[in-house]
Design a protein around this ligand. Structure first.
Ligand code: SAM
Length: 268
């Protein structure tokens, strides 16, 4: 019998069946971009707190969509080195954080210690180590870009949320991804694209998926969520101070999109 890891007594407990990559083996293959994240992990962890695109653009927007997290059970799905998980804990949440990348998981553990239960798991596999209705909020910043088929992932988020629970996620803006790849793209398809990231140390080629707007909204609705808000954020004043050139660009052309949805009834 697997022992039970009591994370927050009285709130919920996790079976230890999650460990040693169980979900990774259940998924058909390694998630996209894991080679890139192996290369990027340390630099991402070192820079994500202050890099303007994250700290003064995406993160304030995504955080603004969260309800009060104090005392809430939150799943940080695709936690990376744990910058969101840390914010959540500092604001009184009880957090489980998961990521497919071993290095990211190690960096998150280094950053957060025992404050958060951190697991290595693939969001493209069933999250059956998490009980039905065991979270008030799922937050998934900048992760869905690496997942081709969204409906099963949103279905799992729906399952682990309690009725009325929130899903907040962010992604690269579909317009931006189409605009930068339109010469070789069919807008209406979900397509694999690549960018060379230069903002986290040495340049790293990062693959991800580009999708039409309907490919963002419909899987959410099919999984039983009610769409509450979409943010197409603008960069903040701190961004302007640190990177005036990109600020001007982002004031005219979106880089990210943030979404808030609420768990409703699943479609029959
Ligand atoms: C851009 S980072 C975002 C990290 C963190 N959410 C943040 O905002 O700093 C993307 C993360 O998603 C993770 N990821 C990508 N595909 C995943 C999957 N299928 N399952 C779990 N994590 C995944 C990567 O390993 C990486 O740590």
């Amino acid at each position: 019998m697997p022992s039970s890891l009591s994370l927050t007594p009285g709130l919920w407990s996790l079976s230890d069946r999650w460990c040693s990559g169980r979900s990774m083996t259940m998924a058909k293959k390694q998630p996209l971009a894991q080679d890139a994240y192996n290369e990027l992990a340390e630099e991402y962890a070192a820079r994500v707190d202050t890099k303007p695109h994250n700290a003064y653009y995406e993160r304030p927007a995504t955080l603004s969509l969260l309800p009060d997290v104090n005392g809430k059970r939150v799943l940080d799905a695709g936690c990376g080195p744990g910058v969101y998980a840390e914010w959540l804990v500092e604001h009184g949440a009880h957090v489980v954080a998961i990521d497919a990348n071993e290095k990211m998981v190690a960096l998150a553990k280094q950053r957060l210690g025992e404050k958060v239960k951190i697991l290595q798991a693939n969001l493209e596999a069933p999250l059956d180590f998490l009980e039905d209705g065991s979270f008030d909020i799922v937050v998934s910043p900048l992760v869905m870009d690496y997942i081709k088929v969204w409906e099963p992932v949103f279905s799992e988020f729906h399952r682990v949320l309690q009725p009325g629970g929130y899903l907040v996620f962010s992604m690269e803006h579909p317009y931006m991804k189409y605009a930068t790849h339109h010469l070789m793209s069919n807008y209406f398809k979900v397509e694999r694209v690549e960018y060379v990231w230069r903002g986290f140390g040495k340049p790293v080629r990062v693959p991800s998926y580009r999708r039409p707007l309907s490919g963002v909204i419909n899987p959410l609705l099919q999984a039983g969520f009610i769409l509450e808000q979409i943010l197409e954020p603008l960069p903040t004043e701190e961004f302007l101070e640190r990177d005036p050139e990109d600020y001007e660009e982002l004031m005219h052309s979106p880089g990210f999109m943030c979404v808030r949805a609420i768990k409703g009834e699943k479609a029959v």
